[in-house]
Design a protein around this ligand. Structure first.
Ligand code: NAP
Ligand code: G3P
Length: 462
C-alpha cells in the first residue's frame, strides 16, 4: 500500500486563512522526478529555438490571463500589497518575453585561425552555446513568481530542463506560475516543481548527480551551504545584502529622502536590494533625518489586503529578529526617531539615528522595516564603512557631483552603484551581481541565459 503522502498546510502571513496544501516530497519522489526531467532534457534541447521562444511567450500570455488570481495568492501567501503583487506578475511576463527574444539571438560566434600568429585561414572555430542539462532553480519567498521565472525562463530558452524548488512559504504562488507554464505546449517533465522543506530535502536535491547547474536566490547562509556542496557543477548565487545609501553634503536631500524611504520600506524592507543603512555626511545629517521622517509619514502600514506598503513580515522569527535589532541599538545608545511598535508580525517602520558600529543593526541584514542612520565625517570613512560589510550587493550615492559619485563608486566593493536613486534590481535585463557574501556569478536576462550554457567549439580544418 502506498505510504500516506506527507503534506503541509500553507497559511496566509497573518495566519488567519489556510491558502492550500503542498506535498512534502520524499527523497525517493524527488529522485524519480529529477530522473524524469533529466530524460526529457535532450529532446527539449532539440526543439527549435523559435518554438522554445513561442512556448515562453505563451507562458507570459497565460500569466497575464491569471494575473488577478496569482497576485491574490502572492499577496496572501507572502504578505505583499496586492498592487505590488500584480506588478510582480506583469513584470514577470515582461521578463519572460524579453528572455524569449534574447534567446533566439544567441548565435554563438565564428573565429578564424589566421588572426593568431602562425595560425591558418584553413582553420575556423564555430562556437555554439550548449545547454548544461538539468538546472536546479531555487527561489526565495519575497518574489515567489518573478525570482523563480527569472531562473526558469533563461534555462528553458537555452535548452535546459528545470527542477524548480520554491520557498515553502511561496510554494502555492510558485505552483500557480508553473501551472501557467504547463498549460502551454511545453513537453512533459521538462519542468517539474519540487515542494518540501529546504531543511529536509534541500541537501539531497543540491547534491543529486543528475543536477547539472544550480541557480539560487536566498540567504547567504543557505547559499554558502549550496556552494560548498555543489561539486563540479556551475552555481549562481544571489544572496543577502546591506545596501548603503551614501549621502554626501552636496546631495539633493529631498531626492535622497524620497529614494531612501521607498528603497528601505517598500514590501516592509523584505527585498535583498532594500536600502538597509544610511551613511550621511555629519553636516547634513540632521536635515536629512527630518526629511526622511517626514517622508515616512506617507508610508501606508497595514494588511496586504489593504494594499499597504508595510505589512506583516513573513513569519514570527523574522519579526523577532527585527525587534531584537531595534532593541540592541536602543540599549547601546541609538536614538529612536520613529517606530519601534509591533502588532504580531507587523513591525511599524522604524528609523534609528546616531547608530554606531558596535550596534548589530549597522551590520546585520534585517529583512524588515528598520533603517539605521550612521553619521560620517569624510569620504574615506564613507568608503571604508561601506566596504566593511560582509555584503556587497548594491549601493546608492546621492550627490550633485557625478564625477565624485563615479570616483567613490569605483572604490565600493559592490555589484552595482546607483547614482541619485534607490538601490534596486530592475530593470531585469541589467546585470545583477552580488560581490562578497552577496552572491556568486551574474544574473540579468542575458547573463542568466549565458550562465546556463557552455561553449561548444567545432573546429573546421579545411
Ligand atoms: P532562504 O531561507 O535562504 O530560502 C531560500 C530558498 O532556499 C527557499 O526555497 C528555501 O526553501 C531553500 N532552502 C532552504 N534550505 C535549503 C538547503 N539546505 N538547500 C537548498 N535550498 C534550501 O531565504 P528566504 O528567507 O526565502 O529569503 C530571504 C533571504 O534571501 C534574505 O537573506 C535575502 O537577502 C535573500 N534574497 C536575496 C535576493 C537577491 O537577489 N540577492 C533576492 C531575494 C532574497 P524553504 O522555504 O523550504 O526553506
Ligand atoms: O529581493 C529581491 C530582489 O530581486 C529585489 O528586486 O526589483 O525589488 O530591487 P527589486
Amino acid at each position: 500500500m502506498d505510504k500516506q503522502q506527507a503534506t503541509k498546510d500553507i497559511y496566509s502571513v497573518t495566519g488567519e486563512e489556510k491558502l492550500g496544501t503542498i506535498n512534502l516530497l520524499s527523497q525517493e519522489q524527488v529522485d524519480k522526478m529529477i530522473h524524469q526531467t533529466s530524460d526529457a532534457q535532450s529532446d527539449w534541447a532539440d526543439v527549435e529555438v523559435y518554438k522554445r521562444a513561442e512556448i515562453l511567450h505563451a507562458w507570459a500570455d497565460n500569466l497575464l490571463k491569471k494575473q488577478d488570481e496569482i497576485a491574490a495568492m502572492v499577496s496572501e501567501e507572502v504578505g505583499k500589497g496586492y498592487s505590488s503583487a500584480k506588478k510582480e506578475v506583469a513584470r514577470t511576463a515582461d521578463l519572460i518575453r524579453y528572455t524569449a527574444e534574447e534567446g533566439v539571438r544567441l548565435h554563438g560566434e565564428m573565429l578564424k585561425g589566421d588572426s593568431f600568429k602562425g595560425g591558418s585561414a584553413n582553420k575556423m572555430a564555430m562556437v555554439e552555446q550548449d545547454p548544461l542539462g538539468v538546472v536546479l532553480a531555487i527561489s526565495p519567498f519575497n518574489y515567489p513568481v518573478n525570482l523563480a521565472a527569472s531562473k526558469i525562463a533563461p534555462a528553458l530558452i537555452a535548452g535546459n530542463a528545470v527542477i524548480f524548488k520554491p520557498a515553502t512559504q511561496g510554494a502555492l504562488s510558485g505552483q500557480l506560475m508553473i501551472e501557467a507554464l504547463l498549460e502551454t505546449d511545453l513537453p512533459e517533465n521538462v519542468v517539474q516543481c519540487v515542494t518540501g522543506k529546504g531543511s529536509e530535502i534541500g541537501d539531497y536535491i543540491v547534491t543529486h548527480p543528475e543536477i547539472d547547474m544550480i541557480t539560487f536566490t536566498g540567504s547567504t547562509e543557505i547559499g554558502q551551504n549550496i556552494s560548498q556542496q555543489a561539486k563540479m557543477i556551475p552555481v549562481v548565487l544571489e544572496l543577502g545584502g546591506k545596501d548603503p545609501a551614501i549621502v554626501l553634503e552636496d546631495a539633493d536631500l529631498e531626492l535622497a529622502a524620497k529614494n531612501i524611504v521607498a528603497g528601505a520600506f517598500s514590501y516592509s524592507g523584505q527585498r535583498c536590494t532594500a536600502i538597509k543603512r544610511v551613511l550621511v555626511a555629519d553636516s547634513v545629517a540632521d536635515e536629512l533625518k527630518e526629511k526622511i521622517q517626514k517622508e515616512m509619514e506617507g508610508l501606508s502600514v497595514g494588511q496586504p489586503s489593504e494594499d499597504a506598503a508595510v505589512t506583516p513580515l513573513i513569519n514570527t522569527a523574522a519579526a523577532d529578529k527585527v525587534e531584537g535589532l531595534i532593541q540592541d541599538a536602543l540599549d547601546k545608545g541609538a536614538d529612536l526617531v520613529v517606530g519601534n511598535k509591533r502588532e504580531n508580525n507587523l513591525i511599524y517602520p522604524t528609523l534609528l539615528d546616531n547608530v554606531t558600529t558596535d550596534m548589530d543593526v549597522a551590520w546585520v541584514e534585517p529583512f524588515g522595516p528598520v533603517l539605521p542612520i550612521i553619521r560620517i565625517k569624510d569620504e574615506e570613512e564613507f568608503v571604508s564603512l561601506s566596504n566593511e560589510s560582509q555584503y556587497g550587493l548594491q549601493a546608492s550615492i546621492f550627490t550633485e557631483d557625478v564625477k565624485k559619485a563615479i570616483r567613490i563608486g569605483a572604490k565600493l566593493d559592490v555589484g552595482s552603484v546607483q547614482y541619485n536613486a534607490k538601490t534596486e534590481r530592475g530593470p531585469d535585463h541589467f546585470p545583477f551581481i552580488g560581490a562578497k557574501n552577496s552572491g556568486l556569478g551574474s544574473q540579468g536576462i542575458r547573463r542568466s541565459i549565458e550562465s546556463m550554457t557552455r561553449d561548444k567549439v567545432f573546429i573546421l580544418n579545411l
